[in-house]
Design a protein around this ligand. Structure first.
Ligand SMILES: Cc1cc2nc3c(=O)[nH]c(=O)nc-3n(C[C@H](O)[C@H](O)[C@H](O)COP(=O)(O)O)c2cc1C
Length: 216
């Protein structure tokens, strides 16, 4: 693949939130997960698990759990200060119930050797506690899961499928983990909803000059 083809793949992928009522073949879902698992990951620990859900009732249960959490938050008096934004969030939080397939991305905790030393010492040493605090701001396990999710979105796009990365299901993290019978040591990071696209949204990006600097 030349760089132009790679650029086209990256730039033409869009988040898709409306799908045709057409099943996604298991082989495509399996291939996308296989490719996602080639993403860079901390220590090549590969502590991730991917659960594909196509069963309508199960997807519906997950969507209901997320919607109830969003509705509950929206009912609190504190939500009044951001009423319009909260209402929009409520409206757009469980659309994945219509997705032909959802993939749950789960990860177990990853502890590098530095994490082991730092956690053993942090209770008695403020420097260790400070360094561990830095590491906790961007956990390696979450970074790894994110690399896998981004890779999966590109794979789906190349297959002619349309997918969206969803962090909002974290509103019902425990409920989803129970619905999917996930072992206690695994935690939900995100859901990827996927199907054959029934929309062609456009999105732009800031010019690279606005987000890049070379530090000399
Ligand atoms: C970490 C992360 C969380 C996201 N969570 C949601 C979400 O909960 N709901 C949603 O509709 N889209 C979600 N998205 C998709 C973004 O809204 C989308 O990537 C962004 O608007 C840019 O659009 P594009 O993907 O079409 O380029 C998420 C994306 C990322 C990377």
């Amino acid at each position: 693949m030349d760089i132009e083809a790679l650029e086209k793949l990256i730039k033409e992928r869009r988040s898709i939130r409306r799908w045709k009522e057409k099943e996604v073949p298991d082989e495509l879902l399996k291939k996308a997960v296989e490719l996602a698992a080639w993403a860079p990951n901390g220590g090549n620990y590969q502590g991730w698990r991917f659960i594909v859900v196509k069963n309508r009732e199960t997807i519906g249960k997950m969507a209901n759990a997320v919607q109830s959490a969003a509705d509950r938050v929206a009912s609190w008096p504190e939500a009044k200060s951001w009423e319009e934004d909260v209402k929009r969030y409520q409206r757009n939080t469980s659309f994945f119930r219509d997705a032909p397939a959802c993939i749950g991305v789960f990860i177990s905790e990853y502890r590098s050797v530095m994490d082991k030393v730092l956690t053993a010492r942090e209770a008695v040493d403020p420097v260790a506690n400070r360094i561990m605090g830095f590491r906790r701001t961007a956990p390696t396990a979450i970074q790894s899961a994110s690399a896998a999710a981004a890779t999966m979105l590109l794979a789906f796009h190349q297959m002619g499928l349309g997918a969206v990365w969803l962090a909002s299901p974290l509103m019902a993290k425990k409920e989803i983990e129970e619905i999917l019978n996930v072992p206690a040591e695994m935690g939900l990071v995100c859901l990827i909803a996927v199907g054959y696209p029934d929309e062609s949204p456009r999105k732009e990006r800031k010019p690279v000059e606005q987000v890049l600097e070379f530090f000399c």
